[in-house]
Ligand binder design. Structure first.
Ligand code: 9MG
Length: 282
């Protein structure tokens, strides 16, 4: 596995697990519904996450929650680009862009974003080309369907871990064929994206083989409904469940965990790593 990812001006050291902090810039993610000071609020939130130990800030201007519909291109650009610029210029942050649109990838890369996180794995028109042109690392993720319909009775003909591995293998080949370097890919099993709770639990138990592609694995389970369903907790009470899942993902080989609650996750992940390293020469 590449131990370093080249992320534009930044090098991301993946010789140990890193935390990616989630920065949603959709209107409903701001305290006043995004009417005033949304940009300042986003910058302050990113600053806090960096101080808590986030290695990457993942900016998203389109909700990918179950049932969500895509926003118009201009709206997505207007939401994310000012935030990218401020985080890059004021905080020197390693910014990842959570988008499926080639235009957004291109504009964000030209403003200093260091990574692309596409839940649709560069399958929208123009995305593969834009990602290849940027030279940035890309997180490719498994998803069955689209956010609008993905949670309507998802069904697989083969065990979920096989479906995910087959999908990612195909995407790796397609990305490479389009000029995205293999050593710039990050793989994501896509917890919660077209999966029932039993699929998610099974996938987490069996995600270790994904590391055999020789590429870093990213896992995102923070506050997701799998926690709500197993523990019967509303979204604001899912941190303990999320820490357990982040810990298990790292134990099974994930090198990036994507979370809302950075500080507690950094401690949980670092503690897990200390145990995993015990007795090795590292
Ligand atoms: C944007 N987004 C929401 N959940 C995600 C997950 O699990 N992985 C990645 N890569 N992105 C996600």
């Amino acid at each position: 596995m590449p131990k370093q990812l080249r992320c534009g001006r930044h090098q991301l050291d993946l010789s140990y697990p890193r935390v990616m902090g989630i920065l949603n810039v959709t209107p409903d993610s701001f305290s006043d519904g995004g009417r005033h000071n949304a940009l300042d609020e986003a910058v302050r939130h990113a600053e806090t996450m960096l101080a808590e130990g986030a290695a990457i800030i993942d900016i998203g201007g389109e909700s990918t929650r179950p049932g969500a519909t895509p926003v118009p291109l201009q709206e997505e650009l207007d939401r994310v680009l000012p935030v990218v610029e401020r985080l890059v210029n004021e905080l020197d942050a390693l910014v990842s862009l959570d988008t499926s649109r080639g235009e957004v990838m291109h504009e964000a890369a030209s403003r200093g974003a260091g990574m692309i996180n596409d839940v649709r794995s560069l399958r929208w028109p123009g995305a593969l080309e834009a990602a290849a042109m940027s030279g940035l690392p890309v997180c490719v993720m498994h998803m069955l369907g689209e956010p609008t319909d993905m949670q309507r009775a998802p069904h697989y003909e083969v065990p979920i871990e096989e479906a995910v591995a087959t999908f990612l293998e195909k995407r790796i080949a397609e990305c490479e064929a389009a000029g995205v370097r293999r050593d710039q890919l990050v793989l994501d099993p896509g917890f919660g994206f077209g999966k029932r709770v039993e699929h998610n639990l099974r996938l987490l138990n069996r995600m270790q083989p994904l590391t055999e592609f020789g590429l870093p694995v990213l896992a995102g389970m923070s506050r997701k409904s799998m926690i709500g369903k197993v523990l019967a907790r509303p979204v604001e009470e899912r941190l303990p469940g999320g820490l357990a899942l982040a810990t298990m993902a790292v134990e099974r080989g994930a090198r990036i965990v994507r979370v809302h609650d950075v500080g507690p996750t950094v401690d949980a992940v670092n503690m897990t790593w200390a145990v995993l390293q015990e007795g090795t020469d590292a």
